[in-house]
Design a protein around this ligand. Structure first.
Ligand code: AMP
Length: 262
């Protein structure tokens, strides 16, 4: 199974033109066919915070392009497991995907095992950009310990903020390409032909967890479990708060000005 369904950047011959994240998506002893390029300057180790739908994934792609870091999304690991293993999932992974479908958080123990199997990615010489992890206080504390044990330090935590009604509108209009995972929005970023991906001609679908009943659960989980991490990282002097309204390019420009330049 190709990993391009999760990380789509390939040339016409299907060769990756971007880090393929095999070590992250597959875990264990898997190596990246195409690791991130070595950054010329500072190595960034960043955590992205923000409610589901706020646009973290899009910002992550833009930031990785510029900083040479790898996009480490825990949600992508679960989606990859689902697309690869289908009916052969381990009971733990099957349980995790059930949580995901409902919009609930996967138990901390499962997530931390998954991170433990991917410690090499935290040590990657290109740095990293964590998206979707940590999501609870227990995960944040565990990450802090893990990084300490590896003698690594976070560079910054970017918290993307958007009013909740706008976040829900972004999530419920989001459509994803089944072929290359490109992301569209029915109103603000529609494809040229409805339901069809501009890049690869794949069919667009709505993620199970973007349906209204799951969106509500995800928002509640964010408010209850993830929002407290803002204080956690503020106390450590790592937090950068970024308004997430406007186009992806506008948000990216703000991120650069607030966190990367100067
Ligand atoms: P995301 O793509 O980050 O929105 O993640 C999709 C779903 O995967 C979430 O709604 C959760 O069910 C699950 N998930 C991803 N990362 C975590 C995490 N760090 N802790 C708990 N559940 C997670």
């Amino acid at each position: 199974m190709s990993i391009n369904g999760i990380f789509p950047k390939t040339d016409a011959g299907g060769n990756p033109i971007h880090p393929d994240r095999a070590a992250w998506l597959k875990g264990g002893n898997h190596k990246c066919q195409m690791p991130p390029r070595q950054p010329g300057g500072k190595v960034w180790r960043i955590v992205l915070l923000g409610a589901p739908g706020v646009g973290k994934g899009t910002q992550a792609d833009m930031l990785c392009e510029r900083l040479g870091t790898c996009h480490l999304s825990t949600g992508d690991v679960f989606r990859f497991a689902k697309s690869c293993h289908g009916a052969d999932l381990s009971p733990v992974m099957a349980g995790a995907l059930e949580c995901m479908k409902r919009g609930d958080l996967v138990p901390d123990g499962t997530v931390l095992d998954l991170i433990g199997e991917r410690l090499r990615c935290l040590n990657c010489s290109g740095g990293f950009l964590l998206d979707g992890f940590p999501r609870t206080a227990a995960q944040a504390k565990a990450l802090e310990k893990l990084l300490e044990s590896q003698d690594l330090r976070l560079s910054a935590v970017f918290d993307y903020e958007l009013p909740i009604d706008q976040t829900v509108a972004r999530l419920s209009g989001r459509r994803t390409c089944a072929g290359c995972n490109a992301v569209y929005h029915v109103a603000s970023r529609p494809p040229r032909v409805a339901g069809i991906c501009d890049h690869c001609g794949g069919k667009l679908f709505q993620r199970e967890d973007d349906r209204p009943e799951s969106v509500k659960v995800r928002m509640e989980a964010y408010q209850k479990s993830t929002r407290p991490l803002i204080d956690f990282y503020q106390q450590r002097g790592l937090l950068v708060t970024i308004a997430a309204d406007g186009s992806p390019e506008e948000i990216y420009k703000r991120t650069r000005q607030l966190a990367l330049e100067g």
